[in-house]
Design a protein around this ligand. Structure first.
Ligand code: AMP
Ligand code: GLY
Length: 425
């Protein structure tokens, strides 16, 4: 079986690695891929903003299954276009992907189906924002409606700041593009949890949960990033809590989308805040998380391709996924300056030595090749991922491997998983 993966980050490297382990897979193609993915898949160029270019690629390659990594091609309708031409593709349609691509859609949807989420207002003008703000107590969360690569959420300490932020979103000062509508939201307190499930449009199968570390600085300080590290353990969610989340959040979401004639197939990523009142949805994503996927897939013992194929074919209820007990962790090594501007093209050394540490996989997020050498090519560069019987063991292995890797300005957080470690000691 030939599998095509669309995307170019650490998530796609982990997907390519897991797909390649499937007994049934003979060839993995990744478009556009990166320097690390090129070691496990054949990489071919494609523009992920151009649906017809992706269709042309499929017509040339004739994959038996395509897996979509990032949100942008989903929101542009790559799944609809592939399906219309008879290609099997794992991911939601453009309409179903609105759970991620429009926060206003997602909030109104959750309200219709009584899915727990923060109180909110959708506003289309500064006047509406001004009126709505009276009903919220600071801090107030202001969100752009559309995809914003993690830059569309601002936590505002005062109503005045919230109004200014909303104006900045409407007039294009904040994101470059002018937002037509925005979401104002109640601030929630608690720990965040990434709860990912597979769905075939009807059934839901949870993956193991994970916790991301979004801030650049140790102790969760400084600006937000795409994610600086993540961990996953057998203990992080009680079975009764997993059941609660499935019953009150994941299943009603899939049922609701089916009722609205926009059945959701693919990965439903529920970004949750575990509040004192119980789990609440902060956001949905319509795809695998990055770097959650790296930590999740190293714990998967069953065949990933079987499960994804079952989703595409609407028979997920017959498929069982098996997971390793214990823990995993992924620590991101980033370029100096990230999430601001940074240099690229810097040679990376020690990758082979790092990969030799037991139970370690080095997934590449932003790398390229120059003169036969792997070089940096992004803000997030590598996701050093390890498994262990305990979280401590997984983290020790990841940091041991990281110590062997060098590039100019390498930065990583040394406190990934620390909060969980403190709790268990
Ligand atoms: P989102 O893209 O909606 O997940 O927001 C990005 C990040 O902003 C989340 O991972 C949270 O850390 C934070 N955030 C979003 N909404 C809220 C909220 N209602 N209360 C507190 N933090 C939030
Ligand atoms: N790690 C957060 C995300 O994938 O959106």
């Amino acid at each position: 079986m030939k599998v095509l993966i669309l995307g170019s980050g650490g998530r796609e490297h982990a997907l390519a690695w897991a797909v390649k382990r499937s007994q049934r897979v003979t060839e993995v193609v990744c478009a556009p891929g990166n320097g690390g993915i090129a070691q496990v898949a054949r990489c071919v160029p494609v523009d992920l903003k151009d649906v017809s270019a992706m269709v042309r690629l499929a017509e040339l390659e004739r994959p038996e299954l395509t897996i979509v990594g990032p949100e942008l091609p989903l929101s542009l309708g790559v799944v609809d276009a592939f399906r219309a031409r008879g290609f099997r593709i794992f991911g939601p349609t453009r309409e179903a992907a609105q759970l991620e691509s429009s926060k206003a859609f997602a909030k109104q949807f959750m309200k219709r189906y009584q899915i727990p989420t923060a109180n909110y207002a959708v506003c289309t003008s500064a006047k509406e924002v001004e009126d709505s703000l009276k009903h919220f107590h600071p801090p107030i969360v202001v969100k752009a409606d559309g995809l914003a690569a993690g830059k569309g959420v601002v936590i505002c300490p005062t109503r005045h700041f919230a109004l200014e932020t909303a104006q900045g979103l409407f007039n294009g000062d904040l994101l470059g593009s002018k937002e037509q509508q925005i979401v104002i939201e109640e601030f929630l307190e608690g720990e965040e949890l990434s709860f990912l499930c597979l769905s075939d449009g009807k059934h839901v199968t949870p993956l193991v949960p994970a916790q991301d570390h979004k801030r650049i600085g140790e102790g969760d300080t400084g600006p937000n990033t795409g994610g600086m590290g993540v961990y996953s353990t057998s203990q992080m969610l009680e079975p009764t809590m997993t059941e609660w989340i499935l019953h009150h959040i994941a299943q009603p979401t899939i049922r609701g989308m089916a009722e609205e004639n926009a059945p959701f197939t693919g990965v439903l990523y529920c970004g949750l805040m575990m509040t004192a009142k119980g789990p609440q949805v902060l956001e949905y994503n319509a795809r695998f998380g990055d770097p959650e996927t790296q930590a999740i897939l190293v714990r998967l013992e069953s065949d990933l391709v079987d499960a994804l194929e079952a989703c595409v074919e609407g028979r997920l209820s017959d498929t069982e996924m098996r997971w390793a007990e214990g823990a995993s962790a992924c620590v991101i090594a980033s370029s100096s300056g990230y999430p601001g501007s940074y240099k690229t093209g810097l040679p990376i050394s020690g990758l082979k030595e790092a990969a030799q540490v037991p139970e370690v996989e080095v997934f590449h997020s932003g790398t390229g090749q120059a003169d036969g050498q792997i070089v940096t090519n992004g803000g997030r560069v590598l996701g050093v991922t390890a498994r262990g019987d305990s979280l401590e063991e997984a983290l020790n292995r990841a940091y041991e491997a990281l110590a062997k890797i060098q590039f100019e300005g390498i930065y990583f957080r040394r406190d990934i998983g620390h909060r969980a470690l403190k709790k268990s000691h």
